[in-house]
Ligand binder design. Sequence first.
Ligand code: ADP
Length: 268
Amino acid sequence: MTDPTAQTTSAVPELQLDRVAKRYGDNLAVRSITAEIPAHKVSVIVGPSGCGKSTLLRIISGLDDPSEGSVSFEGQLVTGVPEGLAMVFQDYSRSLYPWMRVDKNVAFPLSKVPKKEREERVREALEAVGLAGRSHLYPWQMSGGMQQRVAIARALASRPKLLVMDEPYASVDAQTRGDLEDLLLRIQRQLGITVLVVTHDIDESVYLADHIIVLSTPPSIVAETIDVDLPHPRDHVTTKTDPRYVEIRSHVTQLLRHRELRAVEDAS
Ligand code: ADP
């Protein structure tokens, strides 16, 4: 059995974070993050609440600047939202337009794409998320899980190289969450895109990831990076009872627990 603490050794990284720090006034949120996100894999950033996960995603997506350090996407310094990057947020209800039917919601970012190609991309994206035939519905006629699938379809319709997701399944029930996790794994393997997910959920991180970046308590640094060598396709019963899954899961739990305890001790 390989060591779960082994450092990642993947090919050319899609995304490179080099000593990224973020300060909000006097509050140092992110101390220094250096990490690589490998291409064509699922990477998950996991860490306790408030450790700067969303902050990091905003910086990676070019929506916010680091106070120090830099981010490169395909070797280019990120200074604005990079072409080839698409985002999915936790709050699907705010990311979809309730007055637009599903197909119009998915087509919305494609206004510059010629009509025929646009329709083709919307059709493909809805098919990928299992919503072919639902394009005429309004978001409010759908369940939370279906709405989040529409949000994923919209991101896929731009044919991204890198799909960035911020706690994407935090607002749905456990059953739907499991289904959406499987959907993401299937799409990633079908399309070969690079996926970066941020979550505070340890189970989700191990289930989804090929590569986990564990953050420390704030101001955050990388506590450890872990390659997850669990076989594909994964499923919630077989994968989660695999001794390797249990081993990695407890390792990540210990890492986060240990850091939290240290932070409490330091503060007292
Ligand atoms: P996480 O996503 O891990 O919960 P965040 O990135 O949301 O963490 O926040 C990390 C820290 O940065 C927190 O202390 C938070 O209060 C602070 N923070 C985040 N965004 C802002 C902002 N726009 N202005 C000031 N402080 C912020």
